[in-house]
Design a protein around this ligand. Structure first.
Ligand SMILES: NC(=O)c1ccc[n+]([C@@H]2O[C@H](COP(=O)([O-])OP(=O)(O)OC[C@H]3O[C@@H](n4cnc5c(N)ncnc54)[C@H](O)[C@@H]3O)[C@@H](O)[C@H]2O)c1
Length: 318
């Protein structure tokens, strides 16, 4: 049967890239994008778009009935830094949004669902270096708490209702097509915009705050690969550790300086530092490698080169 794909939260950082890749693969009419934001005119030519609040079960039901998706990517969420400002709203969107989507998927016999977790599921007592798949998880942000609870529900819905949910713990994601949506790792995207605009950047994290990161193309590859893997390959039904590269702001700035001489960085630390310090610096993703052949394509050097090239081509800084 031909696949019909529905992306929820398609206008964000991940959804923008994911929609483009899936539309290339499956044809634009077979990928329905949706978001709480109204449609932007120039995007309507790219394929079907529905304005939809994932918290609205009746509206969700209507969209599932009309489009009959076989695969659903549920990306709508409130990210770490924003959810710390609006904890109750963040919890409600991240949990109730997930329940309404999972329930609609069961009602409409959707074959597969992708739901992303995050490195935010780890906490201060988690081993920070090469963080194992299974270890102490004591997140202390509302975002991390909602993602850890969500992971438990992924496994629960699979065991209890047979819903085939696939999930990975995204590290900080670095892409050029869309701006980041209020996460703690946003500096690693902003830094490229400012490098091109003014050849300097003021960073909100300390220079030695190492965090796991990934270039967006790798994240999209992992997202589609895990969702399309044969069910026998998926042995972890909560969420897989996933690793691309790890660096701190100083190391990133040195690579930008190497590729863009004259670039300078200074630091003005804010509340996001505390969140970053509760997260791992590097991740052990051997289960993803073994189970569904995960392998990233980008390292620090190639990611920096690609970000500078693509943002320049978009006219940033000119
Ligand atoms: N970007 C990262 O670095 C990162 C890291 C780890 C995990 N994740 C996870 O990946 C997923 C996508 O993240 P992102 O970076 O694209 O986030 P984002 O904030 O850029 O995009 C989320 C989208 O969801 C939409 N949305 C918000 N509330 C909605 C609602 N009620 N109904 C429908 N749509 C709604 C927003 O308008 C936005 O376009 C999220 O689950 C996030 O937690 C992202």
């Amino acid at each position: 049967m031909a696949e019909k794909i529905l992306i929820l939260g398609s206008e964000g950082q991940v959804g923008t890239d994911l929609a483009a890749t899936l539309r290339d693969k499956y044809g634009k009419d077979n990928v329905v994008c949706s978001d709480i934001k109204p449609a932007i005119d120039e995007k309507l030519d790219l394929g079907p778009y529905v304005e939809l609040n994932v918290m609205d079960r009746a509206a969700l039901e209507a969209v599932f009935s009309e489009h009959k998706p076989t695969m659903v990517y549920h990306l709508a969420a409130m990210l770490s830094a924003t959810a710390e400002k609006f904890p109750r709203k963040g919890w409600d969107l991240n949990m109730e949004g997930m329940f309404s989507v999972f329930d609609a998927c069961i009602d409409h016999k959707v074959k597969r669902v992708f739901w992303p977790s995050s490195i935010a599921v780890f906490g201060p007592n988690t081993p920070r270096i090469n963080t194992p798949q299974n270890c102490v998880m004591d997140p202390n942000t509302i975002y991390g708490i909602s993602k850890l609870a969500g992971e438990r529900f992924c496994e629960y819905y699979y065991e209890k209702y047979g819903l085939d949910v696939r999930s990975i713990r995204y590290p900080g994601l670095i892409g050029w097509k869309a701006k980041p949506g209020g996460g703690t790792t946003d500096y690693a995207v902003d830094i490229f915009h400012q490098a091109l605009i003014q050849n300097s950047y003021t960073c909100f994290l300390k220079e030695d705050t190492g965090l796991p990161m990934m270039y967006m193309d790798d994240a999209i590859k992992a997202t589609i690969d895990i969702t399309e893997a044969d069910p026998s390959q998926i042995k972890i039904r909560s969420s897989y550790n996933l690793s691309g590269m790890s660096f701190d702001p100083k190391t990133l700035s040195e690579e930008i300086m190497r590729q863009r001489p004259g670039f300078t960085i200074d630091y003005e630390i804010d509340g996001r530092q505390k969140i970053a310090e509760s997260w791992p610096t590097s991740i052990d993703d051997s289960a993803a490698k073994n189970d569904w052949n995960w392998k990233p394509d980008y390292n620090l050097e190639t990611m920096v080169a690609e970000m500078l090239k693509q943002l320049s081509a978009m006219g940033v800084g000119s």
